[in-house]
Design a protein around this ligand. Structure first.
Ligand code: PLP
Length: 433
């Protein structure tokens, strides 16, 4: 018998002291079978595991690493800033620059509060919406993930208009019942929920382009309809752009769709790979937050100087000021289109039933020929085929998300050569499985 590799040993050791061996469940490979590898280092588009194998990475730390891994602009900034201290719990200048940058790039955001994760951002935005409207009910969409706070960890089966059932043990039914869940892309379900509960609803929260159960796009007019009915009912509209914000362009989905939600949530890209979250929006709503207003929200490490400086360095690069004067978003679109064209050609050539959604640097392949309208379509793809595809790619050095319900990410460190190599691997794997 050969010596078990280092990842196998580390995972066995991890399982003894960390639940499931991981600090976030999807990392455990439960959706694809097998065991995760452990990372030694990563640079650009490549990850190297502790056993010395390298992979072209299409996760980018689940979204934050839009410049690729360990970009010099960010690592240098972190080194420099850290010499002056890593946390103060006292205001620092980077917080002001970050807030100014967010409000400039996202015009619907007049004021913004920083926090430490996307979960904190959505949790706080919900509390603020309830405090502002003096209403309790939240409407969310099936399959949209907004982090793991109690009010939002509800997806409630497939039925429209059902009262929320918690998605996790430990969420009191009394909390979940204030969260109504309806299908995405279904304007009738939205109208029905408002006809019945209109005056009770504080806010509708939506992943404007849902990217945590595959990558689903809105049908024409759906987001406009959502914006209109929320406005007509005095209900706040919250765009959860933790994933899409600062990734799909300067203004995120709201910039693309030309919409102005009342509140928006951010995270991932704006932290440059350090823990971060932010929520912001209309000044009259944001002014309800402590210390000015009655809605309490706080954080020991919020506005952390390293996270702010790393995030600002990343945004500067994206804007092109540090990237040879090119707009990073235009380059990401170029890479995305190159990948998409190759992928469509390949999947058709191999006769693989598929749907492919892509916007800019985000993509998702669904192994089905069913139209992808919402999460119920996503779950009907050929999951077993995905598992074999995933492991085939992994064996050949291409790392996709270890779940058929995740979005893939390109970064500015990916090259056309990386993408072509990846398509070559896909071609071999599709022939073998
Ligand atoms: C990742 C994500 C979150 C949660 O962010 P964390 O930093 O993991 O807490 C919330 N909403 C969306 C849309 C996300 O993609």
């Amino acid at each position: 018998m050969s010596e078990p590799n280092l990842s196998t040993k580390l995972f066995a050791a991890a399982k003894a002291v960390i639940p499931g061996g991981v600090n976030s469940p999807v990392r455990a490979f439960r959706n694809v079978g097998g065991e995760p590898f452990f990372v030694r280092r990563a640079k650009g588009s490549r990850i190297e595991d502790v056993d010395g194998r390298t992979y072209i990475d299409y996760i980018g730390s689940w979204g934050p690493n839009i410049l690729g891994h360990a970009p010099v602009a960010i690592t240098n900034t972190i080194h420099e800033v850290a010499k002056s201290g890593v946390s103060f719990g006292i205001p620092n200048p980077f917080e002001v620059e970050m807030a100014r940058t967010i409000t400039e790039w996202v015009p619907s955001v007049e004021k913004v509060r920083m926090c430490n994760s996307g979960t904190e951002a959505t949790m706080s935005a919900i509390r603020l919406a309830r405090g502002f409207t003096k209403r309790d009910v939240i409407v969310k969409f099936e399959g949209c993930y907004h982090g793991h706070s109690d009010s939002l960890l509800v997806a409630a089966g497939s039925g429209a208009l059902t009262h929320g059932e918690p998605d996790s043990a430990g969420v009191p039914r009394d909390f979940a019942k204030n969260t109504l869940v309806i299908p995405y892309n279904d304007p009738e379900a939205l109208d029905a929920v408002f006809a019945e509960n209109g005056e009770a609803v504080a806010a509708v929260i939506v992943e404007s382009y849902p990217a945590n159960a595959g990558f689903v796009l809105p049908r024409p007019g759906f987001l406009e309809h959502l914006a209109r009915v929320t406005r007509e009912n005095g209900v706040l509209l919250i765009f959860d752009e933790v994933m899409t914000g600062f990734r799909l362009g300067r203004g995120g989905v709201q910039g693309i769709e030309n919409l102005a939600p009342d509140l928006s949530c951010f995270g991932k890209v704006i932290g440059g790979g350090l823990p971060v979250g932010a929520f912001g929006g209309r000044a009259d709503i944001m002014n309800m937050l402590a210390p000015d207003g009655p809605v309490y929200q706080a954080g020991t490490l919020s506005g952390n100087p390293l996270a702010m400086a790393a995030g600002l360095a990343q945004l500067r690069e994206l804007a092109g000021k540090g990237h040879g004067g090119h707009d990073g978003f235009a380059r990401l679109e170029q890479l995305g289109a190159h990948f998409e064209n190759g992928l469509r050609g390949l999947l058709s050539e191999k006769g693989v039933p598929h749907r492919l959604n892509r916007v800019g640097s985000m993509f998702c392949i669904f192994f089905t020929d069913r139209e992808i309208v919402n999460v119920s379509d996503v779950t009907k793809q050929d999951i077993d085929f995905f598992r074999r595809f995933f492991h085939g790619c992994l064996d050949k050095g291409v790392y996709l998300a270890p779940s058929p319900y995740e979005t893939g990410f390109l970064s500015l460190a990916h090259t056309e050569a990386d993408l072509d190599d990846t398509l070559g691997v896909f071609g071999e794997v599709l022939t073998e499985i």
